[in-house]
Design a protein around this ligand. Structure first.
Ligand code: AP5
Ligand code: ZN
Ligand code: ZN
Length: 214
C-alpha cells in the first residue's frame, strides 16, 4: 500500500504510523523526522531547514521533495510506504504525482486526521519523544513507565523545540493556509478517508484499520 497521512500538528500521525507500518510491512517516511535528524547532524540540508522549523513555518518545497524522492528509492520502500507529513503544499502534491507516475505507481489512500484545533495545544506541549526510534509519549495520554525515560532502551526522552504554544500557532496557520488545499485536492479525487482523530489512540487505530480494509 501507498498511503498519505495528513492532519494538523499533534493529530496523531506519528502515533499511528508504527502500527500501520507493522501491519502492512510498509516503510515510514516522515519528513519532519528526517528534517530533525538533519538539523541534529548539522548537515547542509539541516542548516537550511532549521530556521523555518524553529518558527513553525514550512521549509521549501524543493528541499522536502528532494528528500522524499531519495527516500522512496530505498529497497525497504518498494512494497509500499506511509508518507507522514508530506505532501503539505499543492506543489508537493503535484511533484509526488509526477514522481509516482514515472514508475507507474499511485497513492492508494489519504488518511485525514480530522480534529479540532482547540485540543492540539495540550497534546503538543505534553509530548516527549525518543529521537532515535521516533517513539512518542505524552505526560498525560501516553506516559512512559519512568518519567523522561524511553520504555524500550532506557535512554532519555526529549521535547521538540517547536512544541510550544506560540510556535504551534504558526504551525496551525501553515496547516490551514497551505495544507488544507492538499486535502481538498485529494478529496476531489475521492481518495480521502476522514478519521475522528480526537478519539483515544486505540479507537483511532480501529478507524484506520476500517479505512484501509474498505
Ligand atoms: P512534523 O514533524 O511533520 O510535525 P507536524 O505536522 O507539526 O506534526 P506532529 O509531529 O507535531 O504531529 P503528529 O500528528 O505526528 O502527532 P503525534 O502522533 O506525535 O513537521 C515539523 C516541521 O518540519 C514543520 O513545521 C516544517 O517546518 C517541517 N516540515 C515537515 N514536513 C514538511 C513538508 N512536507 N513541507 C515543508 N515543511 C515540512 O501526537 C502528538 C502528541 O499527542 C503525542 O504526545 C501523542 O502521544 C499524543 N497523542 C497522539 N494521538 C493521541 C490520541 N488519539 N489521544 C490523545 N493523545 C494522543
Ligand atoms: Zn514519525
Ligand atoms: Zn509527527
Amino acid at each position: 500500500k501507498r498511503l498519505i497521512l495528513i492532519g494538523p500538528p499533534g493529530s496523531g500521525k506519528g502515533t499511528q504510523s508504527p502500527l500501520i507500518k507493522d501491519e502492512y510491512c510498509l516503510c515510514h517516511l516522515a519528513t519532519g523526522d528526517m528534517l530533525r535528524a538533519a538539523v541534529a547532524a548539522k548537515t547542509p540540508l539541516g542548516i537550511k531547514a532549521k530556521d523555518n522549523m524553529d518558527k513553525g513555518e514550512l521549509v521549501s518545497d524543493d528541499l522536502v521533495v528532494g528528500i522524499i524522492d531519495e527516500a522512496m528509492k530505498k529497497p525497504a520502500c518498494q512494497k509500499g510506504f506511509i508518507l507522514d507529513g508530506f505532501p503539505r503544499t499543492l506543489v508537493q502534491a503535484q511533484k509526488l504525482d509526477e514522481m509516482l507516475e514515472k514508475q507507474g505507481l499511485k497513492v492508494d489512500k489519504v488518511l485525514n486526521f480530522a480534529i479540532d484545533d482547540a485540543i492540539l495545544e495540550e497534546r503538543i506541549t505534553g509530548r516527549w519523544i525518543h529521537p532515535s526510534s521516533g517513539r512518542t509519549y505524552h505526560t498525560k495520554f501516553a506516559p512512559p513507565k519512568v518519567p523522561g525515560v524511553d520504555d524500550v532502551t532506557g535512554e532519555p526522552l526529549i521535547q521538540r523545540k517547536d512544541d510550544t504554544a506560540s510556535v504551534l500557532k504558526s504551525r496551525l496557520e501553515a496547516f490551514h493556509g497551505q495544507t488544507q488545499p492538499v486535502i481538498d485536492y485529494y478529496s476531489k479525487k475521492g481518495m480521502v478517508a476522514n478519521l475522528p482523530a480526537e478519539k483515544p489512540p486505540k479507537e483511532v487505530t480501529i478507524e484506520v484499520q476500517k479505512a484501509l480494509s474498505s
